[in-house]
Design a binder for this molecule. Structure first.
Ligand code: SAM
Ligand code: SF4
Length: 350
C-alpha cells in the first residue's frame, strides 16, 4: 500500500518543470476520421502484439506516480474502442497517488459505457465536438454519427459525471461560424467548452496558417454576439493549457492557443503511446521505449531511474520552436508518418 503522506520530491526538467501529468493512450485506432487528425485514406497501425496490456499500462502509471505524477488522462485514438476499458480505470483508480483521473473521447461509444466508467472510478470526461450540424459532422469526420456523440453527452451527465468539458478545434471555413452555437450548447448543457487552435502536429497533413483561427479572433466572435468577456485568473499551480473566460451571465469557456501563444514554459505533461513509447512533447520526434524495459524484466525502481534521468535532461519546447519555423506548414509529410506511426496525433493522444 502506497503511503500518501510521504512527500515526493519533485522530478524537474532543465526548465524546472515538474513531471506531474501523464496522458495514457490505450489504442491508435479510431472510429472517426477527423480532417485535422486523420485525413488520409490508409494508415500504418501499431502491431497488435506491441500494445500494452492493462496490467502493463497500470504498472507504468504506478512508476510515474512514484515520481510525482498525480494527473492521468486516458486517450487514444478512440479510447472507448479498447475492450473493457473500465478494467484499466479501476486498476488506476486503486492508486491513491492519482488524484485526477480523466479521459478524452469522441463520445461515440459513451452512451453504452458511461455508467461502467463512473463505477470504475473515472473522475472526469472531455468530449471532442467540433460541430452541431449533422451533415458537417459527416463531411468532416467521415462518419454520420453526431447523434451518438450527443447521446453520449447526455449519458455521462445521467451517470453523474461532473466537470465535463467539450473540446472544439476551430478550423477556418469549417466551423468558425459555430463558435457561438457551440458556446450556447455548452451553456445549456452546463459544460465548459474549450476552443482549441488548429495545430500543425503529426497527422495534420493539411494544416496551413490560413486555417488557424487565433485566440483573438475566437474572443472577438464571442464578444460580437454575446457581449463582454472577462479573462479569469489561472488558478495557482494550474498546469492546464486552457485560459478561461467568463460571459456576463457567468458562463465559463476556455481557449487553448497552442499554435499562436504556446505554453511550453509551464508544461509538465508527457504521454505514453499504446505500445509504451514515452514522449516528452506533443511535437517530439522520438521517445523512450518503456515497453522494452517492462518486457525485459526491469524492476519498477530501475524503470523509475530511467524515467527520472530522461526527465532531468528534458528541454522540450516543441510548440514554441514551431513559432520560428520558416515557411511553417504541416509538421510531417505522409511518408514520414507512415515510416513512424508514433508521430501521428491519433497515436500520441492529443
Ligand atoms: N479520439 C479522442 C478524441 O477525439 O477526443 C481522443 C484522441 S484525440 C487525438 C485528442 C484531442 O486532440 C481531441 O480533442 C482532438 O480534437 C485533438 N486534436 C487532434 N488533432 C488536432 C489538431 N491538429 N489540432 C488541435 N487539436 C487536435
Ligand atoms: Fe478525431 Fe480523436 Fe479520432 Fe483523431 S483520434 S480522428 S481527433 S476522434
Amino acid at each position: 500500500m502506497i503511503d500518501r503522506t510521504t512527500p515526493l520530491s519533485p522530478v524537474l526538467d532543465t526548465f524546472d518543470r515538474r513531471l506531474d501529468s501523464l496522458r495514457v493512450s490505450v489504442t491508435d485506432r479510431c472510429n472517426l476520421r477527423c480532417r485535422y487528425c486523420m485525413p488520409e485514406e490508409e494508415y500504418v497501425w501499431l502491431p497488435r502484439e506491441s500494445i500494452l496490456s492493462y496490467e502493463e499500462a497500470n504498472r507504468l502509471v504506478g512508476v510515474f506516480s512514484s515520481l510525482g505524477v498525480s494527473k492521468v488522462r486516458i486517450t487514444g485514438g478512440e479510447p472507448l474502442l479498447r475492450r473493457d476499458l473500465a478494467r484499466l480505470i479501476a486498476l488506476i483508480n486503486g492508486n491513491e497517488r492519482i488524484g485526477d483521473l480523466a479521459m478524452t473521447t469522441n463520445g461515440l461509444l459513451l452512451a453504452e459505457s458511461a455508467d461502467q466508467l463512473k463505477d470504475a472510478g473515472l473522475g472526469r470526461i472531455t468530449v471532442s465536438l467540433d460541430t452541431l450540424r449533422p451533415e458537417r459532422f459527416r463531411d468532416f469526420a467521415r462518419r454520420a454519427r453526431l447523434d451518438h456523440v450527443l447521446e453520449g453527452i447526455e449519458a455521462l451527465q445521467a451517470a453523474g459525471f461532473q466537470d465535463t468539458k467539450i473540446n472544439t478545434v476551430v478550423v477556418r471555413g469549417f466551423n468558425d461560424d459555430e463558435i457561438v452555437d457551440l458556446l450556447e450548447f455548452g451553456r445549456a448543457k452546463r459544460v465548459e467548452v474549450r476552443f482549441i487552435e488548429y495545430m500543425d502536429v503529426g497527422g495534420a497533413t493539411q494544416w496551413s496558417w490560413e486555417d488557424v483561427v487565433p485566440r483573438a479572433e475566437i474572443l472577438e466572435a464571442v464578444r460580437r454576439s454575446l457581449g463582454e468577456v472577462e479573462a479569469l485568473e489561472r488558478p495557482v499551480g494550474r498546469g492546464a493549457p486552457a485560459e478561461q473566460f467568463a460571459l456576463r451571465d457567468g458562463t465559463v469557456f476556455g481557449i487553448i492557443s497552442s499554435t499562436t501563444e504556446p505554453f511550453c514554459r509551464g508544461c509538465g505533461r508527457s504521454r505514453i503511446t499504446a505500445d509504451g513509447m514515452w514522449l516528452l512533447c506533443l511535437y517530439a520526434d522520438t521517445g523512450t521505449d518503456l515497453k522494452k524495459l517492462l518486457r525485459t524484466g526491469l524492476s519498477d525502481d530501475e524503470i523509475a531511474a530511467v524515467i527520472r534521468e530522461v526527465w532531468h535532461s528534458r528541454t522540450a519546447r516543441g510548440a514554441e520552436e514551431r513559432l520560428t519555423a520558416p515557411d511553417r506548414g504541416p509538421l510531417y509529410k505522409v511518408e514520414g508518418l507512415r515510416r513512424d506511426p508514433h508521430r501521428e496525433m491519433h497515436t500520441r493522444g492529443g
